[in-house]
Design a protein around this ligand. Structure first.
Ligand SMILES: *Cc1c(COP(=O)(O)O)cnc(C)c1O
Length: 486
């Protein structure tokens, strides 16, 4: 199947190459030239694993044995065989995406990506090893480490800001086992780490370092179509759950509210809709970093503003990469326009879409934002009213979903996507429920378990007792040096 860059409609690669490359040579993102046909009613009757095989297989047909790859990726790794269960809570249905090996929704994609990448390598006859470089603000790093640990022919190196992630997130990363993994703290913030990684790529030639390590460089970032495709499955799964509970009849429209950062998760919902799933409105929820709220409401994307540090750090982002794919689809594949807008974003930090495009976006999406105080009030309220404990990112989604219902009131069922376990952010979650003393996040976890009765996920329990294997801290100008020695 042919993929093209969002910025150029004259250059095509197949789906295996799109997964291997990640980013197109012109800096655009890969999109399928034509979306595949899917028998939606048949898919909705399948198990989650079979749904994943069908959907990922349809989007990436040049990667063989999808059935085998999906089973290898997911079997035994999630708390439940349905991978992403749904739970009715109050007026909403919560879609729990955090039941995977690292308790973050990124597991859904990052369990699958190593399988796709190694299969694509084989198809393309590539015999070099791949070195995955990732800068993380917390969640992606651990999910990528867990996904790639001990995968043949791949190494992974994760950089995180020293003192810039939660204690739980740090413990998750520095205790990572596996013979092909490296984790290193960088003196600086997340932007410094990310810039360092970009510089390493920029100083490489054709993705190869000039000295030291001879691997081909790649990333586990959500611009890769191999990360996006697996996320479409859980929209079908949630719809199937509503059907089987008798909450909807086949064909009824369902709204989804998505706590959004890089726009990957919500874009997967848009693709589910384009593949024929009866999706109503996609509600885009942001925290105080509300660039997307403004964009969807006004058609102007303006990243020229300070980045706020919030209690939902995985959504602290000013440039949402995957929005580029939405612009492509919604403009009916106008690569010239997308290329122009992305150029403006790069040079001026701002762009405005044509009026017709803004209107088209507003028929599919609705956007709102929620600050930290309201997110924490929402955690307390949802727990008190529904007995359901959610994390800070999910609470942001919940609050914005309420705004949507109050303002639009279309009577359709609302599914709120839950993107992290509350135990990944124990300080912010516990302090929403009661006053908290001290800053021992592992004690707070225990207390949260007492208060909520919800068990601490296995991968997080006892993390503070595991040996720390990766304790390097380096200045930000030594990242390249570090990588050459891997
Ligand atoms: C990454 C992440 C998000 C944002 O998802 P995008 O696909 O980047 O929009 C939201 N919540 C959590 C917990 C995350 O880790």
């Amino acid at each position: 199947m042919e993929y093209l860059s969002t910025r150029n409609n004259k250059f095509f690669v197949d789906s295996a190459q799109a997964v291997l490359s990640g980013l197109a040579p012109d800096g655009g993102l890969y999109v399928p030239r034509k979306l595949p046909e899917i028998d939606v009613e048949a898919v909705l009757k399948m198990s989650t694993m079979d749904m994943a095989c069908t959907i990922i297989g349809a989007l990436l047909p040049d990667i063989p044995d999808m059935d085998e790859l999906v089973r290898r990726a997911y079997t035994g790794k999630f708390e439940t065989e349905e991978l992403t269960p749904t739970v009715p809570a109050g007026n909403f249905t919560v879609l729990e995406l955090f039941r995977g090996p690292t308790s973050a929704f990124k597991d859904v994609a990052l369990c699958m990506l190593p399988q796709l990448l190694t299969a694509a390598k084989t198809v393309k006859g590539m015999d070099e090893d791949i070195l995955i470089l990732t800068a993380t603000s917390g969640d992606t790093g651990k999910a990528a480490l867990a996904g790639f640990a001990d995968v043949e022919g791949v190494k992974i190196c994760v950089f995180y800001p020293h003192g810039g992630v939660s204690k739980v997130q740090r413990a998750q990363m520095v205790t990572q086992e596996g013979r092909n993994v490296a984790v290193c703290a960088v003196e600086g913030n997340f932007d410094d780490a990310q810039t360092g990684v970009k510089n390493i790529f920029a100083s490489s030639i054709n993705g190869r370092l000039l000295r030291g390590n001879r691997c081909r460089l790649s990333t586990a970032n959500s611009i890769n179509i191999g990360r996006l495709a697996p996320q479409i499955t859980y929209y079908f799964k949630a719809y199937a759950d509503l059907l089987s509970r008798g909450q909807i009849a086949m064909g009824d429209k369902v709204n989804f509210c998505v706590p959004t950062g890089n726009f990957g998760d919500i874009l997967a919902g848009y693709l589910a809709k384009k593949l024929g799933l009866p999706v109503g409105t996609l509600v885009c929820a942001s925290n105080a970093n509300n660039v997307l709220t403004d964009f969807i409401n006004t058609g102007v994307y303006d990243r020229r503003r300070p980045l706020h540090k919030t209690v939902s750090p995985s959504m602290d982002i000013l440039v949402s990469s995957n929005l580029e794919r939405l612009l492509y689809f919604i403009s009916d594949g106008d690569t010239e326009l997308v290329s122009k807008l992305m150029g403006q974003l790069n040079s001026e930090g701002i762009y405005a879409v044509p009026r017709a495009l803004r209107q088209a976006i507003q028929t599919e999406f609705w956007a709102g934002c929620c600050d930290d105080a309201r997110a924490q009030q929402t955690i307390a309220k949802v727990f008190k009213d529904c007995g359901y404990l959610c994390d800070t990112h999910t609470a942001t989604g919940w609050a914005v979903a309420e705004d949507y219902v109050n303002q639009v009131n279309d009577g359709r069922p609302m599914v709120v996507l839950s993107t992290a376990s509350p135990y990944k952010f124990p300080a912010a979650v516990l302090s929403s429920l009661e006053s908290v003393e001290g800053n021992d996040e592992f004690k707070q976890m225990e207390r949260l378990q007492e208060v909520s009765g919800m068990p601490i996920p296995k991968n997080l329990a006892g993390l503070d007792k595991k040996p720390e294997r990766h304790t390097n801290v380096i200045p930000k100008d030594q990242m390249l040096e570090y990588v050459t020695r891997l």
